[in-house]
Design a protein around this ligand. Sequence first.
Ligand SMILES: [Zn+2]
Length: 398
Amino acid sequence: MAGRVGRLFLLGMLLWLAGTKGQSAEPLVTTTRDPVEQERCLDRLNQVFEALRKFRSEQHRLPDALSELVPDYIQDRRTLICPFVDKSADLRTWMAGLYKDVIADEVSSYAYEFCLVRLPREWWRGVARTYRDYKEDQRGVIGDKVPLIRCMAHEPRINVSFGGDWYPSDTEWETRFEGAHPDLSPAGLQARKVSHSFPAAQDFPGRNPAADSTMLDLTSSYNGLLQSDWQGYPGNNLKSLPPAVHELDGVKFDVRGVVQLAGRKLPITFPARTAPISVGRRCKRIHVLQGTAFTPGDVMEIARYKLQYADGSVEQLAVTYGVHVADWWLNPENSNVPSKARVVWTGLNDAAKSWGESLRLFLTTYDNPHPDREILSVTFESAMKRSSPFMLAITVER
Ligand SMILES: [Zn+2]
């Protein structure tokens, strides 16, 4: 199930499986466009909203799940099931077609987004937060228009807002508000909270005298400190990797900072490429210490190293997800190592720990296609996919 849910998120399928091709062998549930069914459902949603309102005024909090309304605030538990779902499918079938965490309990067909289920790791890479935390952040931006309960059995979907109004929307209701509030995603909301100024060159530790010229000096390309939450997610850092010359699987690296490139899911906007990093020598091989945040959804090129030779020629070394690099967060259920990389460092931080995950960095070795030519410089460039590549050190081998 976890793998399937992961793929769903990658596809941007927030809640809904029905209607997608070849996704699942599970029975698909249908949706309705019938305005009569919409009216019936709205009647029921209003009853649920009233029960929620009463619960909130008496308990001074929201319920953790809709089932908490039964029996004190809702006597008949069928009130928690859309009338169309009730007659077209049994609840179990219906649940099988949905991403059930959002609903969070097994007695309701309605989506309750203020539940205490954790946000998926593909949405959030800080210390774990719940859907409710996320929804409260959305309320901070658009107020009580945030849906409190939703019915996904209709086209369009039905939303009853925190303020008690109803409105139709796509599966992703946020698109309705996109004009005025461009990004209500977890990363977009976090972007409003974090500083967008990058550390200066002097904020990084000075170059270690043990670092010789084969270990490229990345000082002017660093944009993240090892000990800071450089990607913009709280608790997500490389504090457990001390700045030093590290010998990793036989290769020495000058490790003092992070070169992070842009990606769509990071709260901070990073550059798409570095300035050319000076090499000034011939070499047989190029060793890179790297990682990436989030999965792109498939095996694909997520970045490249562009080699500029002294004779004017240019070569590109691909950074392909699944081949040269993989997500630096190690999910114990999916510990695949990319085919042409070695895991040379593992560690922890508070964010990964809160998810039961750990960290890893990859050593990738590239053969220089022209070992007889002097390389002037190397440029690290993002392919602007969903995965956000970063690199810590480059060492060339004579
Ligand atoms: Zn409904």
